[in-house]
Every structure is written in C-alpha cells, then in structure tokens.
Design a protein around this ligand. Structure first.
Ligand code: FRU
Length: 494
C-alpha cells in the first residue's frame, strides 16, 4: 500500500492535464464499473448534493483526484434523468476559498423554483493544521457552476469538538422554516447531531439546539452524514455512527443505520418507534444520503458510498477506488423499510436466461426459493466461485434462525481482513427471494424484495465467475440471470 505525504494528499489541482494520464491508466482496469458512478481518477467517497431539480437528478460525490486516498476533497458532479444512466459533468465544486482551503466536505442540495443551492462543509485548516469547519452555501449559476457565498452561513460551535460537518438541509412546511442537521461530536467524544434553523435559505441561520434521540444519548463517537426524510407519515433518520463497534458488525467501527419514528421540530426530538436498524448488512456501505425534492409522500430515494473510511481496497494499487451504490427507492411496507433499485433499472436489463451456473461480468441474478413453508431448510449460495465450485463469497442461510452468514474468505483477493470477512444478515421473514446486482467490482443483494440489503465490494479474479446453490432448502429454486447493460459512461470530464 502506497504511503502519501500530507503535501501529496492536499496538492491543489489546477487543470485537467494534470490527471488525464491517471485517467488513461485506470480506464482499462478490469474492475471499472459499468452501471455505477465511480471516480474519473482517484477516490470517490460520500454522495453529496443529491437532488431532483427541474427534471434532472443531480448527484455529487466526495472526490480526491490524485489517488485512492483521503486528501483535498472536491465535489464531482454527475447527472441523470432516470437514476440509471449517469453522465459525468465535471468537478462541481473546487476548494478555492479561505473557508474551504483544505477541502469541500460533504453536504446536501436543495431545489427552490429555478434555483439549485448547495450546502457543504468548508474544511479550513490553519498553518498549524488546526481545523475549523464552516457551513457554507453556493447557488448554481446559469453555467451550472456554483457561485459560493462570500461568507459561511455559520461557523462551528465552541462547545463541541472540531467534528461538526455534513449539512443536510430540509424544509418543514408546518413551521415555514428550513432546518440544517449537522453531524457532530461532543467534547467527550460522543456522537451528536446539531440543528440550525432559518426562514431563508441563504441568511439568518441560528443554532436551535442539539437533536435529541431518546435512548441514543451515547451512541457512537461521531454521527457522520445525518439525514432525514418523511415518507408515509413517518420520519426516517439515518446517519453513520463512527468510532464504535456495533453488534453483528465484526470489527468494523464505521456503520450506517436508520431509525423510523417521528421528528418534532419544536422540541428538536426524534422519537424512534423502536431501536436502530442497519441500512445495509454488507461489508461496504456508508454515508448514505436521501435525495432532496423528491416530493413523493410514499417514497424516498437514497444513495450510499460503496466503501468505508479507514478501509483499503485492491484498486488502490491502480490509483482509484470507490463507487456510488445503485440509487434505491425506499418505502414503508407494514411499518418496515424496504429498498429497491430504481423503477427505470429494467431499462438496462437484457432478457432473462435460466441460470446455468455462470455469472456474467455485469448481471442481475434472481433466485426464487420454493413457495409454501419452504425454505424450511438450509441452503448455501456461493457467488464468484471457480469453475469447480470452490472458493467464492458464500451466503449460508440458516432456516431456523433466518440468519444468512456472509463469508468472503473464499475469494482469491482478500483485503480488510482485520475488519472482518464474515457478517451475519438477520432477516425478519423466511428467505424467499434474492436479487443480486453484479458489476465489475461490487455486488448488491436485495433480500425479500429489499427488506434487507447487502452491499459489498468484490474483486473476482479471472476464474471466479461461477455460482453454486446447494443444500436441501434450495431444491426447486428458480434462478434467472440477466445481463446488465452499461449505463454510466467512463468519460474524462473535469
Ligand atoms: C464521511 C466523511 C464526512 C466528511 C467527508 C470528508 O465519510 O468523513 O463526515 O464530510 O467524509 O470527505
């Protein structure tokens, strides 16, 4: 693994010429994604500024151009009209002011009439490397480039640590006010979210108080990327608690969770209906964000980063890493959250063929387990095995407990071993359906129509393109495979 000096990580990018060579080098990598948004060079991490604005979906992501390393962050911009086909639009925000001199960190967007606004964290560091996070805003100009406000909306509070960032803006019609949620950490290193409010998008912001989540006063060491949305009369709060281990997540200290409940903007209290849930049970899913301005009372749209902070992946050797997940539609069904690929996903699916034990490089695999009481017995699905069925990533379903055990120790390329290569995926109901979306270096599993999801990076080597389905519970299962057509152009646009 390459080591980077601070100077190298925070090198300022001046022109496209400086990275075209890097793009040309990586573009032929066998692991470049075909239907996922990925960095043109270097690193992509958190999704940012996800919004539906005048018929177009805008998405930005945290982008570090120089390599697969966390350094000077830009926002890279992509657009789509259907959440499936994405076009690179170039760097959408440059760290070029005093307030964001060491990076434009994560944030959100908001569409108001003809105007699109971006809210982000200006990561300022002084000559002694002391950090001051500012909450900054910009408005998109007619050329689609952001025009930054000359001053931040507000600076950090002195009674919290330097970790105050990731503004998520929401409008609350009952109060005719905007609210910004900020991920934060208390002085004694506990996860918090702070709330600011204003009647106007770009001025008058005041600190309203700390978000109260009864029962979760001391949960995790920092709440990154808090985000909230209202669907079917409920509020869904998500955030990425960090610096803590959680049950069933092996040695990982980075998680992405959700709670269903109700948000009272008068008392700044989010009351969860029950406990927290994992947004995704896979090895690599983080910093998810809801799209703003979806305006569907029954559905939210979410996207996450396939990757985790402090983890390392094989394509780092090629100077790039990370990708966005497939966007997901979220609904509440019988009080439970279900997630599914976007409605238009079918546009890139070729005709179904019966599964013959082979995976295509990009494909959807659908497995229907027998109807009735079954599967009352166990079975094991192995993806990315060798031709003889050995190796691969296995998903062993235990019918009695309704727990799948995901195990990636059989893959040729192993990495992040210290974080854990085996994870449980507990289900509420017996496993009936599995839908898997496989791209060049990722797999996303939607279990029981998205009642649970599992997202992972995976880097199959040349021979690892087969699957097996074995065990008594799999008798009579129907497997269909559909090739997935490319939907994201790997264009070099800066
Ligand atoms: C989450 C995060 C955010 C921050 C950004 C910096 O992965 O740490 O809290 O704004 O990444 O890239």
């Amino acid at each position: 693994m390459r080591t980077w000096t601070t100077e190298e990580r925070y090198r300022v990018l001046h022109s496209a010429d400086e990275i075209i060579g890097l793009h040309e080098k990586i573009v032929s990598s066998e692991y470049r994604q075909k239907f996922h948004v990925q960095p043109i060079t270097g690193l992509s991490s958190d999704p940012n500024g996800f919004v539906y604005h005048k018929g177009t979906w805008h998405l930005y992501y945290q982008y570090c151009p120089w390599g697969a390393v966390h350094g000077l962050k830009f926002w890279y911009h992509v657009t789509s009209t259907d959440l499936v086909h994405w076009t690179n639009a170039g760097i959408g925000m440059w760290p070029d002011t005093f307030f964001d001199n060491k990076g434009c960190h994560s944030g959100s967007a908001f569409s108001a009439g003809d105007d699109l606004y971006l809210f982000y964290t200006g990561n300022h560091r002084d000559e002694n490397w002391v950090r001051t996070p500012y909450t900054c805003a910009a408005k998109l100009g007619p050329d689609g480039k952001p025009v930054k406000l000359p001053e931040p909306l507000f600076g950090p509070r002195p009674d919290y640590s330097e970790h105050q960032r990731d503004p998520k803006i929401v409008y609350v019609p009952e109060q005719k006010k905007y609210f910004i949620f900020i991920g934060a950490q208390s002085m004694d290193k506990k996860g918090r979210a702070l709330i600011y409010t204003s009647e106007s998008l770009l001025e008058g912001w005041k600190f309203a108080g700390e978000l109260k989540v009864p029962g979760f006063e001391d949960f995790g060491g920092m709440w990154e990327c808090p985000c909230i949305v209202r669907i079917s009369g409920k509020d869904i709060l998500i955030f990425s608690p960090q610096y803590t281990k959680l049950p069933g997540r092996a040695e990982s200290t980075n998680h992405n969770i959700y709670m269903i409940g109700s948000m009272d903007y008068e008392t700044l209290t989010f009351t969860p209906d029950d406990t927290y849930h994992y947004l995704d049970f896979g090895f690599d899913f983080y910093a998810a964000q809801f799209a703003a301005n979806v305006n569907d009372p029954e559905m939210a749209v979410l996207i996450g980063w396939i990757g985790l902070p402090d983890n390392h992946y094989p394509t780092e050797e090629e100077d790039w890493e990370g990708s966005m997940s497939v966007p997901r539609e979220l609904r509440l069904v019988n009080g439970r959250l279900v997630q599914s690929p976007p409605a238009a996903f079918g546009r890139i699916l070729k005709d179904a063929v019966p599964g013959d034990g082979k995976l295509l490089k990009t494909c959807q695999v659908e497995i229907r387990l027998p109807e009735g009481e079954n599967p009352s017995e166990d079975f094991t699905l192995k993806l990315f095995t060798k031709a003889d069925g050995s190796g691969g990533m296995s998903f062993a379903y235990d019918a009695a407990s309704k727990i799948i055990t995901a195990d990636k120790t059989g893959m040729d390329l192993r990495y992040n071993q210290q974080v854990g290569e085996v994870l449980p995926v507990p289900l509420d109901d017996a496993l009936k359906k599995i839908r898997i979306l496989i791209d060049s270096c990722s797999a996303e599993l939607f279990l029981n129509d998205g009642a649970a999801t599992f997202t992972t990076h995976v880097y199959p080597t040349a021979g690892e393109h087969f699957y097996t389905l074995t065990g008594p519970g799999a008798a009579g299962a129907i497997v269909t495979v559909r090739e997935i057509l490319p939907s994201v152009k790997d264009d070099f646009v800066v």
